[in-house]
Design a binder for this molecule. Sequence first.
Ligand code: DSN
Length: 404
Amino acid sequence: MNDEIFKLINDEENRQEETLMMIPSENYASKAVREAVGSVLGNKYAEGYPGKRYYQGNTVIDEIEKSAQERGKRLFGFEHINVQPYSGSPANTAVMFALLNPGDTICGLKLSAGGHLTHGHPDITFSGKYFRSVQYEVNEEGKIDYEALAKIVLAEKPKLLIAGTTAYPFILDWKKFREIADSVNAWLLADISHIAGLVVGGVHPSPVEFADIVTSTTHKTLRGPRGAFIGITKVGLTKDENLIRKIDRAVFPGLQGGPHENTIAGMAVAFAEAETDEFKRYAEQVVGNAKVLADELRKNGLKVFGTENHLMLIDVGKEMGREMAVKLEDVNIVVNANTIPYDQGTAFKPSGVRLGTPGLTSRGMGETEMKEIASYIAMVVKGEETSFIKTKVKDLCKRFPVNK
Ligand code: DSN
């Protein structure tokens, strides 16, 4: 009966093995992380927090969750961490539930400029519907216009300023965000989902000195399980000594029931992996590879936004993003269609593709491979002869097997 599902899992494993995973929010978790996630811990209910559970039988689970908390706090330098959010959107929602009332003003980066749905995307999202959302933009170069943001914040007086991105290829200036938040006494939330691995690897500045609260998923550059955490900083605790209680109560019982302790164990494993020198070298290589890739794409005549981090956007022509993403998938290069700054298309028909290097770097690829891959991408985008590329990509993938 289940043969069909396991056959499909096997098919997906082969697809991942034979394609270049260049969606910058994806990565390959280690075998140890996957073993923890697939373990018997998934059988257990543990509503509550270590030492205060609503179910019996949680002595081992308590040790696991405490270990994940200790490792996470040490890795990022938090005063407190909640490791129970099911993923990034619930983590951001919990922060809003903890700190705001319906109708309060929030301010985040527009989705079309590289923000996230949960950062106040109007009308159709919880964050855009239950709060008064004012949003900031990027300039023509694709960089956040901090002066314009400061003006918006002064005029609109948000209670929460969100500094976080999903398609932004530049370094974030946490100090500026802090100054702008302070101009109206707003909370500053740093959503580092995309860059968490770069932050702990030392190749992107950490927001911990500046933000009150830090949210992040754990499966992107951090290479952990699909989950998320909320970190509370010294700055946040100084602002409100009850912040830990507010956040913890917003996660449970405010929004969630039983925590996924199997995922939390996977997080603990990933936090330990991310503390190693090997991970630091990985993060450096992710950024180094992205720079080479972007430079080579430009040398091949493409218009590229970025990069100072792990990702970049390519302008592939008005409304051509989706078509180009499909064409690239046809030659086993997997990216996603995305808006570019000042896109002339729409969210459904964007003019760009978003791509990055976390997955390729996890496979051990380096600058030589980035040059080869850039030449293939450019050929596809420019509509040149591409029939030979799929075989070349498969050969490349064979030389760099996915870490099992
Ligand atoms: N959907 C994620 C991404 O691809 O960036 C963000 O949640």
